[in-house]
Design a protein around this ligand. Structure first.
Ligand SMILES: Nc1nc2c(c(=O)[nH]1)N[C@H]1C(S)=C(S)[C@@H](COP(=O)(O)O)O[C@H]1N2
Ligand SMILES: [Mo]
Length: 320
């Protein structure tokens, strides 16, 4: 990519915080991507480069929020990724140890075409979109992140889910050599997450491959990471190597560790508190000081008009 002369995290805050600047830059990137495409038509016959090209060409999505995105600095320096340590700054410091190329994903269980597929094949032909989503962590902070991703449903469909497929289970890479946090039993490794199939097929659910128009930084879950904007952040599992369609509800990592505190559904819900703290408000990372008033959390993180019907008739305080 043309503009990646420096490491992304070396960008100064002033270069990336301003939304106007970001939109300018995005236009620049889209036009340079178009130029590249037209100037190099014969190159189409060459082997397809993986995700990078797709990331640069991402089309803005109507599902995006119009809230100002957090800065690239904030999004890539305040992370949860316990495979690299439990501190918010550990992923930024240690995730460079993860080798994300080549990358493959094992798709199995209730599908007609199980197999281990290279990431390029998983994404092949599915246009990437830019989706600016709120991310609400169960720890009561939030960010706004301009993801680049593909609808998860489009990926799942190509493997032919059978009629017995009721759930999807996702697995993160397990490799203590590349992931120093896995050398300690902080969590049972590998990290596992799950969705109901209708949640997985919902058009808001994406697999992210980038943010701010660039390839996904390792600390955010490169090269492939789930994003489900109406659920708490822990559902958005990072660095995915396994996708399994199942008949039984998967046991996600945080529910396995603390079932009283973390459920399977994990829908953002200001009225259902975490047993140890309130979920009614949230602190937007960066925008306020620790002492500034928090903002109210919205049911389904504000995406209720799109997703509330998925839970019609369910008791959300029992199915938390
Ligand atoms: N494999 C894995 N995925 C993970 C986590 C993790 O520790 N390991 N943390 C989760 C939590 S709690 C949150 S809030 C989000 C944070 O995503 P971000 O760092 O990109 O903001 O990642 C989620 N995905
Ligand atoms: Mo989280």
């Amino acid at each position: 990519m043309l503009i990646r002369s420096r490491k992304p995290w070396s960008l100064k805050d002033s270069e990336v915080t301003d939304e106007g600047f970001y939109r300018e830059r995005r236009r620049f990137m889209q036009s340079s991507a178009a130029l590249l495409a037209s100037a190099s038509a014969p190159a189409l016959l060459a082997p397809r480069p993986a995700a990078a090209v797709t990331v640069a060409g991402a089309k803005p999505s109507p599902f995006s929020t119009d809230e100002a995105p957090n800065s690239f600095e904030e999004i890539t320096n305040y992370n949860n990724f316990y495979e690299f340590g439990t501190g918010k700054d550990d992923p930024a410091r240690h995730a460079h140890q993860l080798r994300t190329k080549p990358w493959s994903v094992a798709v199995d269980g209730e599908v007609e075409r199980p197999g281990t597929y290279g990431l390029e094949d998983v994404l092949n032909g599915i246009p990437a979109e830019e989706r600016i989503y709120r991310l609400r962590c169960v720890e009561a902070w939030s960010m706004v992140i301009p993801w680049v991703g593909v609808p998860l449903g489009d990926v799942l469909k190509r493997y032919g889910p059978t009629s017995r497929a009721k759930y999807v289970e996702f697995t993160t890479l397990r490799d203590p050599e590349q992931m120093p946090g896995q050398r300690r039993p902080v969590l049972p490794w590998p990290y596992v997450e799950g969705l109901r199939v209708d949640e997985a097929m919902h058009p808001l659910t994406i697999l992210a491959i980038g943010l701010y128009g660039r390839e996904l930084p390792n600390q955010n879950g490169a090269p492939l990471r789930l994003v489900v904007p109406w659920k708490y952040g822990f559902k958005s599992i990072k660095s995915i190597v396994g996708i399994r369609l199942t008949e039984q509800q998967p046991l996600n990592t945080w529910q396995a560790v603390a079932p009283r505190e973390y459920g399977f559904y994990a829908n953002v819900n200001p009225d259902v508190d975490h047993p140890r703290w309130s979920q009614s408000r949230e602190r937007r990372i960066g925008s306020d000081s620790l002492f500034a008033p928090k903002q109210r959390t919205r049911l389904f993180n504000g995406y209720g008009e799109y997703v509330a019907h998925l839970y019609a008739g369910m008791d959300l305080s029992r199915n938390f």
